[in-house]
Design a protein around this ligand. Structure first.
Ligand code: ADP
Ligand code: MG
Length: 322
């Protein structure tokens, strides 16, 4: 029912950027190799994400908008080991309850695309449409039907900045996927398929990659790799802190602490360091099911992880460099 949906939506869709994150994750889950994001007015007027992924068949379109109908979690074991980025089956339903949503999709098996629209939680029946293979989701007029929420949206520039950081995080996490970002009709970022190193340079600039050292180390079930900036870069710029756990952007106090300690130990740096790091943990070493926004995770062995991160980054920063 609509009210329950709107309450749940508050957790998933706090602002345009949180919807954008969900839509981008859906595109990646669908195996897309090209994703285009179009925003208007910081995403408040429009967030459109188009991809060339697997698409949704005409008969499944209404299910995609139904809460939990598509949840990929069936057993407790599934929860331990979530293969896809989305797994609750509530993002599209939540977005549909607080915006005007249109979904156009074509799966390989269908002769043409189908389109479905939803407004304040009510959907139209799917209609034939024209679209190449893949999916486009349009979210218009976020919170048009919940003015109390709309009041909490910030200026266009602020909402765009949030969208841009979501875009950067996702783009950094998937160098093999091409991404384009447009705002108010202007291309703001165009990222070709690349390897991790080139993608990092494309997103954070040559300045970052030239002033960074490589990190790569393994221990038991853990691997940490990526780039960590030396003070030359950290001094000139603000926050460039990207930490991914099994492909998801994560903000974690323990991780931040281990990194800060390594920077302090080697570079005597007390300011915020800059880095793009990817942590891979096998099996049940991490629980991602902590919060719907999923930038938090719970580690099974935080002490061992702290040590591993500290030593790996410490060693990389201590290597002789120019
Ligand atoms: P979840 O991602 O947790 O399953 P969502 O509400 O985000 O839930 O999406 C519901 C379902 O709609 C997905 O499970 C998927 O089957 C389908 N879907 C959504 N977006 C796309 C997309 N871009 N391409 C293909 N299928 C999609
Ligand atoms: Mg999803």
């Amino acid at each position: 029912d609509l009210l329950i949906s709107q309450i749940a939506a508050g957790e998933v869709v706090e602002r345009p950027a949180s919807a954008l994150k969900e839509l981008l994750e859906n595109s990646l889950d669908a195996g897309a190799t090209e994703v285009t994001v179009q925003l208007f007015q910081g995403g408040v007027k429009l967030v459109r994400v188009a991809d060339n992924g697997a698409g949704i068949s005409g008969e499944d379109l209404p299910l995609a908008l139904a809460r939990h109908a598509t949840s990929k979690i069936r057993t407790l074991e599934d929860l331990q080991n979530v293969p896809s980025l989305g797994f609750r089956g509530e993002a599209l339903a939540s977005i549909a309850s607080v915006s005007r949503l249109a979904l156009v999709s074509r799966s390989a098996g269908d002769k043409h695309a189908w389109r479905i629209e939803a407004e304040a939680g009510r959907f139209t029946p799917p209609e034939p449409a024209a679209f190449a293979q893949g999916t486009a989701v349009e979210m218009r007029d976020l919170y048009f039907n919940t003015p109390a929420r709309r009041k909490f949206l910030k200026t266009e520039a602020t909402e765009f900045a949030h969208c841009e950081s979501v875009f950067k995080r996702i783009a950094l996490s998937r160098p093999s996927v091409g991404f384009t970002l447009q705002h108010n009709g202007t291309v703001r970022s165009h990222l070709r398929t690349a390897d991790a190193r080139l993608r990092i340079a494309a997103v954070l600039g040559d300045e970052f990659s030239q002033a960074s050292v490589f990190v790569d180390d393994q221990a038991a079930d853990l691997r940490l790799w990526g780039m960590a900036a030396l003070p030359a870069y950290s001094r000139s710029s603000g926050d460039a802190q990207y930490f991914f756990v099994n492909g998801r952007f994560v903000r974690d106090k323990l991780v931040a602490h281990a990194l800060r300690e390594a920077y302090r130990d080697i570079l005597h740096l007390d300011r915020h360091p800059a880095f793009v790091l990817f942590l891979e943990i096998n099996g049940g070493g991490v629980d991602v099911n902590v919060h719907p926004s999923k930038t938090e995770v719970r580690f099974r062995d935080p002490r061992a992880l702290h040590q591993f991160i500290f030593h790996t980054v410490d060693k990389a920063l201590a290597m002789p460099h120019l």
